[in-house]
Design a protein around this ligand. Sequence first.
Ligand code: MEZ
Length: 495
Amino acid sequence: MSVGIPYPQALARWRAAAPAAAREGALPVPDLLRGFHPDHRPGAMERLAVGIGAGLDCPAALAALLQADSLLEDVDIAGAPILDADVLVIGGGGAGCVAALSAARAGARVTMATKLRLGDGNTVMAEGGIQAAVGADDSLQHHFEDTLRAGHFAADKALVAALVGDGPAAIRWLIQEGMSFDLAEEAGHAGRPMGGLLLRKKPGGATRARLLSYRDFTGLEMMRALREATLLQPGITILERHPALELLSDDRGRCAGAVLHDLALGRPVLARAGATVLATGGAGRLHIAGFPTSNHYGATADGLVLAYRLGAALREVDSFQFHPTGIAWPTHLAGTLVSEAARASGATLVNGLGERFIPELAPRDVVAAAMLREIAEGRGVARDGAVGLFLDTPGLERERPGILRHGLVTLTHLAHRGGFDPAEEPFLVRPTLHYQNGGVAIDPAGRTGVPGLLAAGEVTGGLHGRNRLMGNALLELVAFGRRAGAAAAGAARDE
Ligand code: MEZ
């Protein structure tokens, strides 16, 4: 059970201590991190709390899903309609759209099946930005090293090299597809290189200002552009509300498509294809270890289960990312994300004693572990049955107008919904289940070990190791969506 300092006392201490500390940029506690350090490798207690290991092969909820009986046993597929395509894409979020676009533009006839609606996915949850090394003071090597280090050196280096190498081209591609980005200046940049044009911020765990954004809605803006491009692209047939029940294999062991379920008509559909791309996203809605989640309703590990049952290898599926700043109070917003952009713009985390306790831009797993420890050791703030930590933003905004432009749009909006003034009543935050770090093992072309089965986006494993850098998921879905879509079109042609 969590314990915390009652809200009125905590608020008084925060008011007395935190604004001064924030102004000076200093942490008021002498034992700065209480044992935590940016390079700190979590010990057993935090690993258990943060869910990144503790000797478990796989969280219990996921293990149960992987071992469950096939859903096909309840389905009568005799007489089901058959749809033929070159490439089947399963999943309608960012990675699915990019893979479908890439396969169709390579000449493939594509069927795209989504469990919910086109565009429903965790892509929109990456509010704060996309990483790509486009700045003159940055390099692919820096991005590569930051990604490997943040992932505790567990990532596949070939995948990381492919990701960071594709970064600048991915941004150009997104701009061509109609996505907007925040610009560094309002005018006067004709002929300047892309890196000088785009506004760049330094995200947690990175050594360079590399985060490119669109307000607080980078993922949403990306999804808008990708959804429109997909709808307009000839050669793509979109089946909304058609969850996949099982992958099909032929007598050579190749993946040959999937059995879908048409939710509107309540009947199965056989989608046959020369190659299949899984882009089904993550598992946050399983609420691993009982945590609230930032994830959308469809994030229920479908792709992991489908791929595993066909014999694909999984990796690091015991590793989940907990975003430090999910809302704890107001309680009706529990789990809702406050973008890391708020901390990148200067927001601070303060415990019930009015102390800052961790450099706010340390890697996400370090910040989340430190927060859980503050709460477990009784220095959290208790209000209305919830326990969290203060996210201190309004004071800074008053003193340095404009500095919190990013990350605060959402907060201000949420405060309105909660019916309070964030300058008087700070939000309480605590870690929220945000991202599946591991998943289906792939090579740099997005191929799984099963012939004819490819994968892209959050469903895959190996790229982030055991912890992901903010903004690398948005880059991943573009880089690997394009790679997997092109490889799938090629594989279908060779069939
Ligand atoms: O990559 C993410 O998870 C992201 C950009 C989240 C955020 O804090 O905005």
